[in-house]
Design a protein around this ligand. Structure first.
Ligand code: GLA
Length: 745
C-alpha cells in the first residue's frame, strides 16, 4: 500500500502530545502521550520514519500501520474500529480519508467507506487539562433524488454492530487497573497483567452499573498513586458499553497495544437508513507520568472547567432515607427539618415514600403525585418549613421506573420496556419505563416539571434501581426492537429539557447508590450518590476510587448512624464525620434519635465542613502510596500548595508498632509550612502510648515544619486503633492569619 502524506497535525496541551499524520488512504496515529515539544518539519519527518513497523515472518507483506480507524484492510487482526453489514454484505470496510477540519486543539478527520457507502467523522479534542476526547459520527448519506435506483443490497439498512475508538499503547504499559463492585461496595479496584489478547469489559446492564470499569488504566508495572506512567480511558455513557485493552504479538503498527472503547450495541440496534447518523459516546483518554493522582488531576481539571460545573458552595445536606425510610409523617419530618436547620444543614432531601401508593418498595413507581393519605396537605408545609429555615428543598424521584402496582402500569402497560412475549423477572419489584415512547416521555416531563414548580424544588435525587434486561420496544407480531441506546439518549433529553425549564435545579445521579457514575450523566447532573453504604470503613475505599474520576464536590458523602444500616458495623462519630468531610458532605441519620451531645458534635462538624469546603472543593486530590494497605493517607492540597487538609485513617490493626515516617503528597518541599490537628470532629483512639512529639505539639496548635521534612523526610505518624481517622491541616507559614502566626512564634 502506498501512502501519501499531506501533513501532520500535532495537538499539545498540559504536557500531552497527540500526533496524527494525515496520509492517504488513511491517517495514522504517530504518538499519544508525553509532550514532544515544538516539532520542526524535520522532527515530524523523523517521527513518521519511525512509525512504520518491521515486516514480520509469515505476515502481511507491508509494514503495519496503526491508523485512526484500524480494520482488516490495513492487515489489522485486532478488534476492528467498526463492524456491521448491509443485509449480510459490505462486511469489510475500506475506509479512506476524504477531508480534515482543524480548529484550536481539535482535529476532525472525515473518512468514507465506498463498500458500505458510509461517511465517518472522527473528532479529536485535546483540552486544556490534557484529556483527549474522541467522538465518532457514522452517517449513511441520503440518496440523491435524481441518482440511480439502488440495488437490493444498497437499499438495505446498514446494521452497525460495533464502533470502537482506539489509541495506541507502548510496550511498557503492561499492568491493568480497572474496577468492579456490587451494591454497597462500588468501585472496588482489580489489577492484573496485560498479556497478549484482549482485556474486554462489557457493560450489559443498560446502566453504568455498580461493577463499571470506571477508568480503565494501563501503566508501567508497579504504577501507584504518585508514581509511574499511565494511560487511561473513560467511556462517557450511561447505557451499554465496551472497554478494552488489547495487545497482539505483531503489535499495533510501531506501537504495542491499544486502549479502546465505545457503546456496546445489541444486534439490529443501530440500522442506518439513508440520511441516518449514529453518534458514538465520547471516549476520554488521559495520560500521565505521575501515576493515578496525575490522571485524577486531569479529570478534575477538565470537569471543573466546564461551564455547567456547580460553582455555588455545596450545601450541607440531610437526606431522609436512613432517617425514616418509608415511615413518612408530616410532624416527624417537620421536626427533622427543624433539627437539621439547627445543626447547620443547608439542604433537606425528602427521599422515597412520598408519592401515590408508595408505602413500601412494591408499589407506586410511576405515579408522581403526592400521596394525600400520607401527606394530607401535600408537601407544601414541609417545603415551606425547609425554605423558611433558609435551606434548599430536595425530592427523591425514580422517573425511569414503574411498579406493576401503579396507576401508570395499569393505564399504560404499553409504556413499559419489555418484549411482547411478556415481561421477565422484576427487580426490586419494578420494571423500566420506555422513555423513547413519546407519551411516556411527555408524562414524565410534565409530572417532574409540575412538582419542581409547585414546591420550588431546588434538587432532585434521581434514582434508577435496576439493571435493564430484555430492554426492547414492543411491536406488533413480536417485531420488538432493542432499546438501550434510545433509552439512554431519551434519559439525557429528559434531564436536559427539565433543566432548561428550571436552570437553577440541581440533580443527583443515584442508581441504587453508585450505579450510575459516569461522565455522560454528569454532563447534565450535579453530583453522584457514591454508594448506599455510609459505613466509613467501606466509604474510605469507595470515595478514594470514585475520586479517581470525580472531584470531591461531585461526590455525595454522608454521616450515617453509629451502626451502619447496610453493614451492621458500629463506628465512632469522629471516623464517620472525618470520612464524610472529603466530598459533598451530608447527614443520613434520624437526628431526633440523637442525644444533645451528639447533636452538638454534629453541629461542630457542620461548621468545620463549611470552613473547609472552599479548599476541599477546589484543591488537588492527593493519595499516598503506603506499604500497609489497611492505612490510608489522602488529602486535598490547594492549587498553590499553600494549604492542605489530610486524612490519616486506619481500617485494621497492624503487626508493626510504629507507623514510621510518611511523606505528605502534594506540598512544596521548598516552602515553610505549619501543621495542626483539627479536633472538631473528635480525636482518634490510638493503638500506642503517646506521641510522636510533633503530634502531641500539633494537638495544641500550629507546629512549624518545613516542606522538606513534610515531603521528603516524612512525618512519623501515630498508629491509630482500627476504624479511626485523624484530620491534619497544613498551611504555609506566611498565609496564616496574624493571630495564629503570633501564637506559634
Ligand atoms: C435506592 C437509593 C437509596 C434510597 C432508596 C429509596 O436504593 O440508592 O439511597 O434513595 O433507593 O428507595
Amino acid at each position: 500500500m502506498t501512502r501519501t502524506t499531506t501533513r501532520t497535525v500535532h495537538l499539545r496541551a498540559a504536557g500531552v502530545s497527540f500526533v496524527v499524520e494525515l496520509c492517504d488512504p488513511l491517517p495514522r496515529i504517530l504518538h499519544w502521550g508525553e509532550d514532544l515539544g515544538e516539532l520542526t518539519g524535520d522532527d515530524l519527518t523523523a517521527l513518521s520514519l519511525t512509525a512504520g513497523a518491521a515486516v514480520l515472518n509469515n505476515a502481511i507483506d507491508a509494514p503495519r500501520q496503526f491508523t485512526v480507524w484500524p480494520t482488516e484492510a490495513d492487515g489489522w487482526s485486532g478488534t476492528p474500529a467498526h463492524q456491521g453489514h448491509r443485509s449480510g454484505t459490505a462486511t469489510t470496510p475500506r475506509v479512506r480519508l476524504t477531508g480534515t477540519d482543524e480548529r484550536p486543539g481539535e482535529l476532525t478527520v472525515s473518512l468514507r467507506d465506498e463498500g458500505s457507502g458510509l461517511d465517518l467523522a472522527l473528532t479529536y479534542r485535546l483540552d486544556a487539562s490534557g484529556i483527549l476526547s474522541v467522538r465518532t459520527r457514522i452517517t449513511r448519506p441520503a440518496a440523491a433524488e435524481d441518482g440511480p435506483r439502488p440495488g437490493p443490497h444498497e437499499a438495505a439498512p446498514y446494521d452497525l454492530t460495533g464502533s470502537t475508538t482506539m489509541l495506541p499503547l507502548p510496550g511498557r504499559a503492561q499492568e491493568i487497573l480497572d474496577f468492579t463492585g456490587k451494591w454497597c461496595r462500588e468501585r472496588s479496584p482489580q489489577r492484573g497483567r496485560l498479556g497478549h489478547g484482549s482485556h474486554v469489559r462489557e457493560v450489559r446492564r443498560g446502566r453504568t452499573g455498580q461493577d463499571a470499569p470506571h477508568l480503565l488504566t494501563v501503566g508501567v508495572p508497579g504504577f501507584g498513586f504518585r508514581k509511574g506512567e499511565v494511560w487511561a480511558l473513560h467511556v462517557a455513557w450511561s447505557g451499554n458499553q465496551r472497554w478494552l485493552a488489547e495487545r497482539l504479538p505483531e503489535g499495533a503498527g510501531a506501537h504495542s497495544g491499544v486502549l479502546g472503547g465505545g457503546e456496546l450495541l445489541a444486534p439490529g440496534e443501530i440500522r442506518l437508513a439513508p440520511g441516518d447518523t449514529y453518534t458514538s459516546p465520547e471516549c476520554l483518554f488521559a495520560w500521565s507520568d505521575q501515576g493515578l493522582d496525575g490522571l485524577a488531576d486531569r479529570f478534575h481539571d477538565m470537569l471543573r472547567s466546564r461551564p455547567q460545573h456547580p460553582r455555588a458552595v455545596r450545601p450541607l445536606t440531610l437526606n431522609t432515607w436512613e432517617a425514616v425510610y418509608f415511615d413518612h409523617h408530616q410532624d416527624r419530618l417537620l421536626d427533622l427539618a427543624d433539627l437539621a436547620a439547627a445543626s447547620g444543614v443547608e439542604r433537606l432531601v425528602l427521599d422515597d415514600g412520598w408519592f401515590l401508593g408508595r408505602r413500601d418498595d412494591t408499589a407506586g413507581l410511576g405515579d408522581w403525585t403526592v400521596d394525600r393519605t400520607v401527606w394530607p396537605e401535600g408537601l407544601g408545609p414541609l417545603a415551606d418549613r425547609v425554605h423558611s429555615h433558609g435551606m434548599q428543598f430536595g425530592l427523591w424521584v425514580e422517573p425511569e421506573m414503574v411498579n406493576l402496582d401503579s396507576r401508570m402500569a395499569r393505564e399504560h402497560p404499553e409504556w413499559i420496556l419489555g418484549p411482547s412475549a411478556g415481561l421477565g423477572p422484576s427487580a426490586r419489584h419494578q420494571y423500566v419505563v420506555n422513555l423513547a415512547h413519546e407519551e411516556a416521555f411527555a408524562y414524565l416531563l410534565e409530572s417532574l416539571d409540575a412538582l419542581v414548580t409547585e414546591y420550588a424544588i431546588d434538587y432532585l435525587k434521581w434514582d434508577h434501581n435496576r439493571d435493564l434486561h430484555e430492554a426492547v420496544h414492543r411491536a406488533a407480531y413480536g417485531a420488538d426492537r432493542p432499546g438501550v441506546h434510545a433509552q439512554t439518549n431519551a434519559l439525557y433529553r429528559l434531564i436536559d429539557v427539565l433543566k432548561s425549564r428550571h436552570p437553577a435545579l440541581e440533580i443527583e445521579s443515584c442508581s441504587s447508590g453508585g450505579g450510575r457514575v459516569d461522565l455522560g450523566i454528569l454532563a447534565r447532573t450535579d453530583r453522584v450518590w457514591a454508594s448506599d453504604c455510609n459505613d466509613p470503613v467501606e466509604r474510605q475505599s469507595i470515595q478514594r476510587w470514585t475520586a479517581q474520576l470525580l472531584p470531591p464536590e461531585l461526590i455525595g458523602s454522608h454521616v450515617g448512624a453509629p451502626r451502619s444500616h447496610t453493614t451492621g458495623r458500629i463506628t465512632d462519630a469522629s471516623f464517620r464525620q472525618i470520612t464524610a468531610l472529603f466530598g459533598h458532605a451530608g447527614i443520613e441519620d434520624d437526628l431526633t434519635a440523637r442525644t444533645p451531645d451528639e447533636l452538638a458534635a454534629l453541629t461542630h462538624w457542620a461548621a468545620l465542613y463549611k470552613e473547609l469546603r472552599p479548599l476541599l472543593h477546589s484543591g488537588r486530590v492527593v493519595r499516598a502510596d503506603l506499604d500497609d494497605e489497611t492505612t490510608l493517607l489522602h488529602g486535598v492540597v490547594a492549587r498553590d500548595a499553600g494549604s492542605a487538609l489530610y486524612c490519616w485513617a486506619r481500617l485494621e490493626t497492624s503487626a508493626a508498632g510504629q507507623s514510621g515516617r510518611v511523606c505528605l503528597p502534594g506540598l512544596d518541599p521548598g516552602r515553610p509550612y505549619r501543621v495542626r490537628i483539627r479536633s472538631e470532629a473528635g480525636l482518634p483512639l490510638l493503638h500506642q502510648g503517646s506521641g510522636p512529639a510533633w503530634y502531641t505539639a500539633a494537638l495544641d496548635g500550629w507546629v512549624p515544619l518545613p516542606g522538606t521534612v513534610l515531603t521528603r523526610a516524612g512525618l512519623p505518624m501515630p498508629t491509630l486503633a482500627p476504624n479511626q481517622a485523624l484530620l491534619m491541616e497544613i498551611a504555609v507559614a506566611e498565609s496564616l492569619p496574624t493571630a495564629q502566626r503570633d501564637a506559634t512564634a
